[in-house]
Every structure is written in structure tokens, then in C-alpha cells.
Design a protein around this ligand. Structure first.
Ligand code: LLP
Length: 428
């Protein structure tokens, strides 16, 4: 479910007319629904009701300060991957003591910064990193709380660039090596407090099976580490997939109830129903690190059609957003539904929607049947709330778009559009 739907002939975010918003603020323009962000967070929190748990939002999905603040006010924890993300969480009023720090390449500066802010856990990805963490903590005269990321060697059946839980991926420590590593760390690393265990098998998982496989495989290990080393938490990662096709329809309760069980995408409630019974007797605090499931369908990217170009092979609709604003189609062949902001009246045409950047990979769709729209019309790229703005670049010296957070009929600019001067700030 999400807050985007046609009302009175134009696409709205909650009670805010996106046609008016695009006219007022210009395009490209990211728009987020605060109601949807909160709804998704609460659904996940409720889905885990049967166990002691915490939802640690994966900041990398959408790190706008106002988005973080909204979740911090609901009591969310945060999964961070850099000092920059921790800085953002703190600026947004989030609690560093509810932060876990993931990532394979933490630097001394980042470790020191996170230790100073007393984060909940460093989620460590190698023995070398654990030893380095011990060294930095010893230098500062503190004890570093840590969990090791186990790589369970489970096939997440997602795009190869966002699959992380197989042995050939760079992430985590082999399942078979974990027990010995904890034993060595317990006896040798005096400035480490082994506090938990972590895993994350990949992103945009649309079937429950890989989650179940990973939880079933790792649960006995988690239990053993609790008995041997007194660990208190197990983070089962993020990765819950969202609806990208039919994403406008998926905003309504009616669409979900029109689907049979086989057709219905994985819901947050189903995820909870599958994992909670497998976790509840472990006596561990369960952490979840969702990013996309909270933010993905809570945002859209609005863009304006500039030109139509009819070639001998194709019709191109050239828009003012490009791969620098939303790179998922270029990088992962990611699908984003494209809908006109004025409610379409019926005619459908096969087109490529492309951006202004000098790259053939700068497209949002190819040979897709879309409701017709013309130069001057606005369209929305749906499901762009996660891994959208955060992956933007200034390639071709194009300023970053603005970001807007909507609450009912109120739209707030939560990041100004970059100016040309912003583009060269810091250069000489
Ligand atoms: N925890 C860890 C350790 C992660 O590496 C990630 C995502 C998450 C949690 C959150 O995963 P989520 O719930 O959002 O699936 N840019 C790609 C996705 C990269 C995901 C990276 N790690 C995309 O646009 O599809």
C-alpha cells in the first residue's frame, strides 16, 4: 500500500496534487509520502510482534534528514554503512545507541567516530576487520561492541548485483568459519564485546523461501553463540522486496485483495508470519534492517517530457530526468512503472523514455507500451523512494533534483534543488 493515486484527474501524493507540485518546484523532483513511510515502518514493526525486536532502517536506501527524522520519532533504529550516514542519523535526532554499522571497508576514522558515539554494534565482515576494530578500540581505551556477519551461502534469487549471501560474494564470513572465529576473538581480542550475529542475503527478494532457508540454516549457530559467548542479538538483515510492476495499482487495498495467494507479492505480514515462529524460542533480540520495504514505494521521481523524436526504429520520449537522477534502470535494468500525472484517457503507444545524458544506457524504459503523453506533460517514475536520490550523481554537470516530503496536503522542500554554483563548490 502507498499514498499515490489519481484524484480528480491528476496523480496525487496523499492529498497533494503532483501536477501543481511539479509546476511550482520544477522537475526532476523527488516526492515522498510520509504516511507511506510510517505505514511501512509500523507494519514491519507489527510483523515482528511475537519476538523481542528492533527495526533498524537501512539508511542507504533513502538518507534524507527529514525521512530519518520521521523514523527516529517513531523509535526506529538505524543500520548505517559510513560515518556520513551516522552523521546524518545524529543530525536527524536518531539515537546512535540504536545504530548498527555494516560494510566491508570501515576506516579508522569511521570506527573512531562510531566508537565515540557509542553505537550499538559494529557488524564486522572479516577477521581482519575484527582485529582492526580491537586495535582501534584499545587505542581509545574502550570496548567495541561487535557482531560478525555470517555468509550463509543461500541463493537469494535476485539480481546478481544485489545478491550478497552466496560464498562468491564479498560479504560476511563463511558459515563454517564462524564458530572458530568467535572462539579466537573471545580469547584474544580483549577490546571486543561479541554482542551479536548478523546476516543479510540480498535485496529485492520477492519470495519467502530464501529468507526461510537462511533463518533455518543460521538459527542453530545463533543459539550456539548465545550459549558459548552470551550474544544478545541476531540481525536477520533486510532484503524484503517490493512491487515494481503494477506499482500504482499496488497502492490500493482492492488490488491486493484481487490477487490469489499464488499471485500476491510477499507482504510484510507474511514475512513476519514465516520468520517469527522460527525465531521466538531463541531468546535473542531480533534486528531487521529493511530499506526498500520502507522507502521504495513511498517515493516517486517526477519528470517533464521535453521532446518527442520519431526515429525509423523507435519513438523516443526525451525527459528532463536522467540516469544521474535515478540509475536503477541503467545499472540493474531495474523496472520502474511510468505513469502520466494527468490521468490517461486510453491511447497507448510503444516508446522508449530516455534522459538527456550522453549515454545509450540513459533510459527509463525501452519498447514499453505507455499511455500517451506529450512534450510539456509531467510523468512519474514510480517506486523511486529507495536507492533513488541516494544514488544520484552530477554526471554531465547536472544539478541534483530537489526532494519534497508530503504529509497530507502539506508539501515541504526537504532538500533544495542544487544550483550551478553548488555544482562547483569546493573546486578551484
Ligand atoms: N542490510 C545490509 C547489510 C545491506 O547491505 C542492505 C542493502 C540492507 C540491509 C537493506 O536492504 P533492503 O531492505 O533495502 O533490500 N541499490 C540496489 C540495492 C542495494 C542494496 C544494498 N544493501 C538497488 O537499487 O536495487
Amino acid at each position: 500500500m502507498h499514498g499515490f493515486a489519481y484524484k480528480n484527474g491528476t496523480l496525487h501524493c496523499e492529498d497533494t496534487d503532483l501536477q501543481a507540485l511539479a509546476q511550482e518546484h520544477g522537475t526532476p523532483l523527488y516526492v515522498y509520502s510520509s504516511g507511506t513511510l510510517l505505514d511501512h515502518y509500523k507494519r514491519l514493526d507489527q510483523a515482528l510482534d511475537g519476538v523481542d525486536h528492533e527495526v533498524a532502517y537501512a539508511v542507504k536506501a533513502n538518507s534524507n534528514l527529514s525521512v530519518l527524522r520521521l523514523l527516529a520519532e517513531e523509535g526506529a533504529g538505524f543500520d548505517i554503512v559510513s560515518a556520513g550516514e551516522l552523521f546524518r542519523v545524529i543530525k536527524a535526532g536518531g539515537d546512535p545507541k540504536k545504530c548498527t554499522f555494516a560494510g566491508v571497508g570501515k576506516t579508522r576514522e569511521e570506527i573512531e567516530y562510531a566508537l565515540k558515539h557509542e553505537i550499538y554494534s559494529f557488524n564486522v565482515e572479516s577477521e581482519a576487520e575484527l582485529r582492526y576494530l580491537n586495535e582501534v578500540a584499545a587505542d581509545l581505551g574502550v570496548i567495541a561492541p561487535a557482531a560478525v556477519r555470517v555468509n550463509p551461502n543461500v541463493d537469494a534469487k535476485t539480481h546478481k548485483y544485489i545478491s550478497t549471501g552466496k560464498s562468491e560474494n564479498k560479504f560476511g564470513v563463511d558459515f563454517e568459519a564462524i564458530s572458530d572465529l568467535y572462539a579466537r576473538a573471545a580469547s584474544e581480542l580483549k577490546n571486543i564485546h561479541l554482542r551479536g550475529l548478523q546476516m543479510h542475503i540480498g535485496s529485492q527478494l520477492t519470495s519467502i523461501d530464501p529468507f526461510i532457508e537462511a533463518v533455518d540454516k543460521v538459527a542453530p549457530l545463533a543459539s550456539q553463540l548465545k550459549a558459548d559467548h552470551g550474544i544478545e542479538f541476531w540481525s536477520i538483515g533486510g532484503g524484503i522486496g517490493i512491487v515494481y510492476e503494477d506499482s500504482l495499482q499496488a497502492g490500493s487495498e482492492a488490488w491486493w485483495s484481487s490477487k490469489s495467494d499464488e499471485e500476491r507479492p510477499l507482504t510484510l505480514a507474511q514475512y513476519g508470519e514465516a520468520v517469527v515462529p522460527r525465531l521466538k524460542d531463541l531468546g535473542l533480540k531480533i534486528l531487521l534492517e529493511p530499506g526498500r520495504a520502507i522507502a521504495g514505494n513511498a517515493g516517486v521521481l517526477l519528470t517533464k517530457c521535453l521532446y518527442e523524436k520519431k526515429g525509423s526504429a523507435k519513438t523516443f520520449k526525451i525527459v528532463d530526468a536522467g540516469m544521474g537522477d535515478l540509475i536503477r534502470p541503467a545499472l540493474y535494468e531495474g523496472h520502474h512503472d511510468i505513469v502520466p500525472i494527468k490521468e490517461p484517457a486510453g491511447e497507448v503507444r510503444k516508446v522508449d523514455v530516455v534522459g538527456p545524458i550522453c549515454e545509450s544506457g540513459d533510459f527509463f524504459c525501452q519498447d514499453r507500451e505507455l499511455p500517451d503523453f506529450q512534450p510539456g506533460d509531467f510523468i512519474a517514475l514510480m517506486s523511486a523512494g529507495a536507492y533513488g536520490f541516494v544514488m544520484a550523481s552530477n554526471y554531465n554537470s547536472r544539478p541534483f533534483p530537489a526532494e519534497i516530503l508530503v504529509d497530507g496536503g502539506t508539501a515541504t522542500v526537504v532538500r533544495k534543488r542544487q544550483t550551478l554554483d553548488d555544482l562547483i563548490a569546493g573546486e578551484s
